[in-house]
Design a protein around this ligand. Structure first.
Ligand code: ZN
Length: 221
């Protein structure tokens, strides 16, 4: 048995020393796992420790299948050469789907926006992912986004409507204005998402910007 002044704990038959001086409580492999998990959005260091411990406790049921799924994803995930979506095939499942409307493209900032719109399941159309928004202060210019490929798609014909579903932020709206100017010469209807009162929202709780946008984009009842 290992002799130490520090407390010991066991995982899978291996003893780990609780090094009280450096506050390290696990072996380097576990520490590395915690550090990597802490980089996942939504997980801070504390949640990462809880997640790592949960994985260790559920080694067979969760950790092993998760490691397999991660390895498979690393091998198979690729970016769609048409719309920049992520999938395990190129073109992606959405670009390949013959049931979707070819004449309408929804332009989004990120894949998460595409997923959100698909959850709403309102329209069965095509997408184009910009990969961000124009932000001169952060050094993001038109060449850093998938704008050239969008113009090429429209230039190849068949697109009747482009829906700009960018975020209602300064950068999102700047990007929308830039795209509209770039696509001026094409015979394509450019629309944007309505800004206004959220479903289930109460007027009293809305900020002035949202309320004035809702008033400006009022529709016939
Ligand atoms: Zn695609």
């Amino acid at each position: 048995m290992l002799k130490t002044d520090f407390p010991l704990f066991m995982i899978d038959g291996h003893a780990y020393i609780c090094d009280m001086t450096s506050k390290r409580v696990a072996g380097p492999e576990i520490e590395k796992l915690i550090q990597l998990l802490a980089k996942v959005p939504g997980l801070g260091p504390r949640s990462a420790r809880r997640a790592a411990l949960h994985l260790i406790k559920k080694k067979e049921q969760l950790m092993t299948p998760l490691a397999g799924a991660l390895a498979e994803a690393v091998e198979k995930v690729q970016v769609c050469s048409v719309c920049s979506n992520v999938d395990t095939q190129d073109p992606c499942s959405i670009c390949k789907d013959p049931r979707r409307d070819d004449a309408t493209i929804i332009v989004v900032e990120d894949v998460s926006d595409l997923w959100a719109l698909e959850r709403a399941a309102e329209m069965s159309v095509r997408y184009h992912i910009l990969g961000g928004t124009l932000s001169p202060l952060d050094g993001v210019g038109p060449d850093d986004l998938n704008i050239r490929s969008l113009i090429d798609r429209i230039a190849s014909g068949g697109i009747k409507e482009l829906i700009l579903a960018v975020n209602a932020t300064v950068e999102g709206q700047t990007t929308a204005h830039y795209l509209t100017a770039q696509l001026e010469t094409f015979d394509v209807k450019i629309t944007r998402l309505a800004h206004g009162v959220p479903v289930g929202g109460e007027l009293d709780y809305l900020d002035e910007g949202t309320l004035s946008a809702a008033l400006r984009s009022r529709t016939l009842f």
